[in-house]
Design a protein around this ligand. Structure first.
Ligand SMILES: [Zn+2]
Length: 82
């Protein structure tokens, strides 16, 4: 599945955004590490402050997910039968 990408409000990198149920114009920024790769006292990488934030998806991104509407209702060669 191709996810729309949005600019993280914290680190300004382009991060994939997951869907938010029931809110088509919103996305949740994928968890990502802090740009300077800081670690906590246990040595674990810290997440960027923008991780998991709910953001507005850029206009037009959702149409890519939905795809082309099906307008053709009959095969092109159907008329050849008559
Ligand atoms: Zn970030």
């Amino acid at each position: 599945m191709k996810l729309p990408r949005v600019e993280c409000p914290s680190c300004t990198r382009s991060i994939a955004a997951g869907m938010v149920a029931g809110r088509l114009s919103k996305g949740r920024i994928w968890r990502h590490d802090a740009p300077d790769a800081r670690r906590d006292a246990d040595g674990h990488l810290l997440s960027c402050a923008g991780s998991l934030k709910i953001v507005d998806l850029p206009y037009g991104q959702m149409e890519i997910e939905i795809g082309e509407p099906e307008t053709e209702t009959a095969p092109a060669d159907a008329m050849a039968l008559f």
